[in-house]
Design a protein around this ligand. Structure first.
Ligand code: XMP
Length: 511
C-alpha cells in the first residue's frame, strides 16, 4: 500500500495534514520525529511531510531528523517548522524575524509561482494561513523561491530535481485557499501517488492488525450506542467475533427504541453481546434528584458499577477496547502505549478491571471517516449517522426530578420531533435536535375539559464544533406539525415552546 509518512514535530494542525492526505485517497501515518530512521525507511513511503512545530530549528534542543532521510530519494514537503528544517539541513539559514514585518500570523495575501508543481493549476494569488516567528534568511542551494507575500519574499521553496518542497504557511487549514489542492499536487504531481486508498482497504488492514494483536485473547468493550463505540464494536466483531464481549448498559434514559436498535445492529456478528437492563437501578438512584451535576455524577458512577459487575462475570480480559477517535488523541505521536483515557461518555473507567492492554482501533480516524467505516462494516444508517447524544441521556433533558413516566413522555415526544425532522429533510442541515421536558405545568383545554400538563421545549441547533451554536431557523409549518402531533399523541403534554437561544449564553442541552 502506498504510504505517505507524516513526521510530527509537535505542530497543532498535524491531524489536519493527515486528514487532507486521506481526503486525497492516499494512506498516511503520523510518526513522532524521534522514530528511528530505520523504522521510517522500512515503511517505504512514497513521500514524506514534515509538520509544523513550536520550536526554532537553530536552537540546540529543538527536534531534528536523521539527515540520512534526505538521501533516500523520497520527495519531502516541509510545512512551517518543517520548511525551516529543510532549509536548515540543506545549507540554508533560518533566523528569528528581527522586525514585525517578517513575522507573520494569520491570513496573508500570497503570490504563487504556478509553474512550480506544488502550485500547478492554481490561481497566482490567494490567502494563506501563516503562523511563524522565524524565517528563511538564506535559501539553500538548489532551491528556488516559489511564493512570496508582501512582507516576506521567502514563503515557499522548491528543489524540483530532488522533489523537496517547503512552505512557510499551513496548506492544511481551511483558511488557506486551495491548500488541499497544494497537498494534492504534492501527492500526485510530485510523489506520483495512485490514490487508491479507500475505507474498504482501511477496514481490511485494521481487521488483520487487530487479529494479529489480539491472537486468542479476550476483548471487552463498553458500548454506549453512540457512533464511535458502535463502529469500534463492529470493527472488533469483524476481526475477532466470539472473542469480543460488548457490554451495553441500558440506563433507561435512552431514546425510543434505542436499546433494541443497538442490539439488533449487532445481532449479525458472532460476538458476545451483553445488554444490561439497568433502568430500575438508575431510576432508583436518581429518584428525587433535581440538580443537574448531581444527576451526571450519579449516572457516571452507576454506569461504572454496572460495567464492573459485568466485567467480573466475564472473568479475565486481555484487552479493554475503546472508541477513541483521532481528535480525542491529545498528544500526537504518543504511540500505542496509551494512558487510560477517561471515557467522555461515562465519566471514567473502572479502576479494577484487570486487563493487559488498551485497544483503540479508531484512534487514527476522524469522525466522518468513522461514519464511513461504519457503513463499510454494514452498520445501519440510523446508527452511523446519529447526532450526538449525551452519556447521561434523557436525564439531562428532563428538568427537575426524573420519573419513569416523565422519561416515557419525553421519549415519545422526542421521537415524533425526530421523525418529522427526518421526513422534512431539515434533519440533514442540523447538528443536533431534540426535545426537553420542562418542569413547568400550565393550564390548557382539550375537548371540553381543562388540562394542567407539562410544557415541552423543542431545541434544534447548527454548529461546527459544539462550543458555540446557533438556534436553527426551522420552518413554522414544520414546528406547527410537530407541535400538533405531540399534544395529540403524547398524554401529559399540553404546550410546546421552541428554544430560540444560541450558545452562548445558553448551552445546547438544558442541563
Ligand atoms: P452543551 O450542553 O454543553 O453540549 O452545550 C455540548 C455538546 O455536548 C453534549 N453533551 C454531552 N456529551 N456526555 C456526553 O457524552 C455529557 O455529559 C454531555 N453533556 C453534553 C451535548 O449533547 C452537545 O452535543
Amino acid at each position: 500500500m502506498e504510504t505517505i509518512l507524516i513526521l510530527d514535530f509537535g505542530g497543532q494542525y498535524n491531524q489536519l495534514i493527515a486528514r487532507r492526505v486521506r481526503e486525497c485517497h492516499v494512506y498516511c501515518e503520523v510518526k513522532p520525529c524521534t522514530t528511528p530512521a530505520s523504522q521510517l525507511r522500512a515503511m517505504n513511503p512514497i513521500g514524506i511531510i514534515f509538520t509544523g512545530g513550536p520550536n526554532s530549528v537553530y536552537l540546540e534542543d529543538s527536534p531534528h531528523v536523521d539527515p540520512s532521510i534526505f538521501t533516500w530519494g523520497v520527495p519531502i514537503l516541509g510545512i512551517c517548522y518543517g520548511c525551516q528544517l529543510l532549509a536548515h539541513n540543506l545549507g540554508g539559514q533560518v533566523t528569528a524575524a528581527q522586525d514585525d514585518s517578517a513575522r507573520e500570523y494569520g491570513k496573508t495575501e500570497t503570490f504563487y509561482d504556478t509553474a512550480s508543481p506544488l502550485f500547478r493549476g492554481l490561481p497566482e494569488e490567494g490567502v494563506s494561513w501563516m503562523s511563524h516567528g522565524d524565517y528563511m534568511a538564506k535559501v539553500p542551494e538548489g532551491f528556488t523561491l516559489t511564493a512570496r507575500s508582501a512582507a516576506c519574499p521567502n514563503v515557499a521553496i522548491a528543489d524540483e530535481k530532488r522533489g523537496f518542497y517547503g512552505v512557510q504557511f499551513h496548506p492544511e487549514v481551511d483558511h488557506t485557499q486551495h491548500g488541499t489542492d497544494m497537498i494534492r499536487n504534492f501527492l500526485y504531481e510530485v510523489c506520483h501517488a495512485r490514490g487508491d486508498w479507500t475505507m474498504g482497504d482501511y477496514k481490511n488492514t485494521a481487521v488483520t492488525q487487530i487479529r494479529e494483536k489480539v491472537g486468542s485473547g479476550r476483548v471487552l468493550l463498553a458500548l454506549s450506542g453512540g457512533v464511535d463505540s458502535s463502529v469500534a464494536a463492529a470493527l472488533l466483531a469483524e476481526a475477532v467475533g466470539s472473542q469480543l464481549t460488548c457490554v451495553f448498559v441500558d440506563h433507561g434514559l435512552m431514546r425510543l427504541n434505542e436499546g433494541d436498535e443497538v442490539e439488533e445492529a449487532f445481532s449479525k456478528w458472532a460476538l458476545n453481546f451483553v445488554r444490561v437492563d439497568a433502568e430500575s437501578r438508575f431510576l432508583l438512584k436518581l429518584a428525587g434528584v433535581d440538580e443537574p451535576e448531581q444527576k451526571r455524577r450519579i449516572i457516571g458512577e452507576e454506569f461504572i458499577r454496572v460495567f464492573e459487575e459485568e466485567a467480573r462475570r466475564i472473568g479475565t480480559v486481555d484487552f479493554l477496547a475503546q472508541g477513541t477517535i483521532y481528535p480525542d488523541v491529545i498528544e500526537s505521536g504518543a504511540g500505542d502505549a496509551a494512558v487510560i483515557k477517561s471515557h467522555h461518555n461515562v465519566g471514567g473507567l473502572p479502576d479494577y478491571v484487570d486487563f493487559k492492554e488498551i485497544l483503540e482501533p479508531l484512534r487514527m480516524l476522524f469522525k466522518d471517516e468513522v461514519r464511513q467505516l461504519g457503513r463499510e462494516l454494514g452498520l445501519p444508517e440510523y446508527l452511523v449517522s446519529r447526532q450526538p447524544f449525551p452519556g447521561p441521556g434523557l436525564a439531562i433533558r428532563i428538568v427537575g426530578d426524573i420519573t419513569k413516566d416523565k422519561a416515557d413522555m419525553l421519549r415519545q415526544a422526542d421521537f415524533i420531533f425526530r421523525e418529522e425532522m427526518a421526513r422534512s429533510g431539515e434533519a440533514q442541515r442540523l447538528s443536533q435536535y431534540f426535545a426537553v421536558l420542562t418542569n413547568t405545568r400550565s393550564v390548557g383545554v382539550m375537548g371540553d375539559g381543562r388540562t394542567y400538563d407539562y410544557t415541552l421545549a423543542l431545541r434544534a441547533v447548527t454548529t461546527s464544533d459544539f462550543m458555540t451554536a446557533d438556534w436553527a431557523r426551522i420552518p413554522y409549518d414544520l414546528l406547527d406539525k410537530v407541535s400538533g402531533r405531540i399534544v395529540n399523541e403524547v398524554q401529559g403534554i399540553n404546550r410546546i415552546v421552541y428554544d430560540i437561544t444560541s450558545k452562548p449564553p445558553a448551552t445546547i442541552e438544558w442541563e
